[in-house]
Write a protein that binds this ligand. Structure first.
Ligand code: GSH
Length: 243
């Protein structure tokens, strides 16, 4: 099925709204935009015009979706509760909103047999316009010599207070030229700020200061901070303490 940009928006609107109410955002893009910037080994296999969506969790996901999900599990010990909550939410919304579409979902926590991630989350976020992926190559004279520096995505409204959760491929939906690629907002524009961002992310990521490199509309609540600052093995005990 060939689809125009308005049709894409129409097609995904109910899904966008359902996920927004649960603290997630979606951003559409075409497989070809992603494949143009990754090595062949990371290529997604559908044709270039295939519709894809990247899913990100916003700060309110924790209160709107995760805590209610835990309640619904009636205290059953859930392994990987964050991942399970995301998978449960996405698969329910996909079946509800796209009952007749073939939608292939890859999650951020899934690996291929080669141990490669199923998709490069930060690249998907960048090409979709969701969040700018700042890398060492964005610095004109990097002060770190040959040192490997990991890149990081910054969202224009959420800074670093979000997470990239999934990639959805709509194998039967081909999009025409009406869907135009837009650069993500370049919210960390100066060289000094980009250097500061990569240094905070690579040398002090645990203090989370990289997340506040730009002013944000929302950030994680104290309860959510406590949860994510607790080692995954200790989170069960924390949840029991919260009752
Ligand atoms: N696999 C565990 C679970 O499913 O509960 C851990 C999940 C987890 O803590 N994921 C991190 C996360 O959501 C990495 S994406 N962090 C939120 C953040 O860093 O903003």
């Amino acid at each position: 099925m060939a689809t125009s940009a308005e049709c894409v928006e129409e097609l995904i609107r109910p899904f966008r709204e359902s996920l927004k109410a649960q603290g997630f955002e979606i951003y559409p893009f075409k497989v070809g935009w992603y494949n143009a910037v990754v090595s062949r080994a990371h290529h997604l296999s559908p044709p270039a015009d295939t519709l894809a969506l990247v899913l990100v969790s916003t700060p309110s996901m924790f209160e709107r979706c995760f805590l209610p999900f835990l309640q619904s599990q009636r205290c059953a010990a859930v392994r990987d509760p964050i991942d399970q909550c995301t998978a449960h939410t996405v698969s329910s919304s996909v079946s509800l909103c796209f009952p007749n579409q073939s939608v292939d979902v890859s999650y951020d926590y899934e690996m291929l047999p080669s141990r490669r991630p199923k998709f490069l989350a930060q690249t998907a976020a960048h090409v979709s316009g969701a969040a700018y992926y700042y890398q060492k190559s964005d610095i004109l004279s990097p002060p770190w010599g040959d040192k490997k520096m990991f890149g990081v995505c910054i969202h224009p409204r959420l800074g670093g207070w979000f997470a990239i959760r999934a990639l959805l491929l709509f194998k039967d939906v081909q999009v025409g030229d009406e869907l135009q690629q837009k650069d993500p907002p370049d919210c960390v524009c100066s060289q000094e700020d980009r250097i500061e961002l990569l240094e905070r992310f690579n040398f002090r990521w645990q203090d989370w200061s990289y997340r506040d490199i730009v002013p944000t509309e929302e950030s994680y609540s104290p309860q959510q901070r406590e949860y994510f600052l607790t080692a995954p093995g200790q989170r069960g005990a924390l949840l029991r303490q919260w009752g």
